[in-house]
Design a binder for this molecule. Structure first.
Ligand code: S3P
Length: 171
């Protein structure tokens, strides 16, 4: 199985750290879409959203995703939390036959990580708003090929190990 693996899920579910751990286990490369966007735009993603607005950020996000998927890129791709929720991005990812993995973390864990993280999330400013967004997005994350429960008892490497096991069982 050498399909590219795209990690999706809400802010704070651990997409980037799990993608890194998975890349180590599978001995392949990984990239973080937000990191590519901020390097290309010379600006952090939160600043991009604050200065240019969310719709402009979403356009840049889709353009960057398209470029990344069209090129020979590292096998593991961690998305920003909103990317998979847009149909146009899901279509692109599915067209490229990537295997999508949803990291299903409870809201409380995501929120705890969001508030403890030094990088601000402009789309998760207060708990009620973030929780509403989380509930709205759940059915969309559930469209991923694989769904993996994440808890605060599991390290990123343990989650990565479970992903590998699940892939071996199901593909
Ligand atoms: C967003 C999630 C962020 C980042 C941006 C928008 C979202 O990425 O892309 O702030 O809409 O959920 P993380 O999920 O890595 O925090």
């Amino acid at each position: 199985m050498d399909r590219r693996i795209v990690i999706v899920g809400f802010m704070g579910c651990g997409k980037t750290t799990v993608a890194r751990a998975l890349a180590t286990r599978l001995e392949c490369g990984m990239l973080d879409l937000d990191a590519i966007i901020s390097a290309q735009q010379n600006m952090s993603v939160p600043d991009l959203i604050k200065e240019r607005g969310e719709p402009a950020f979403r356009d840049i996000e889709t353009d960057t995703l398209q470029i990344v998927l069209d090129r020979v890129t590292p096998r593991i791709i961690a998305l920003g939390g909103g990317a998979w929720t847009l149909e146009r991005n899901r279509t692109l990812i599915n067209k490229h036959e990537c295997l999508t993995v949803f990291l299903d973390a409870p809201f409380d864990l995501c929120w705890q990580r969001i508030t403890n993280h030094p990088v601000p999330r402009p789309l998760a400013i207060d708990q009620p708003g973030a929780e509403k967004l989380y509930r709205e997005r759940m059915p969309l994350y559930a469209l991923a090929n694989l769904r993996l429960k994440v808890t605060d008892q599991l390290s990123a490497d343990q989650v990565a190990a479970r992903i590998v096991e699940t892939i071996q069982r199901k593909t």
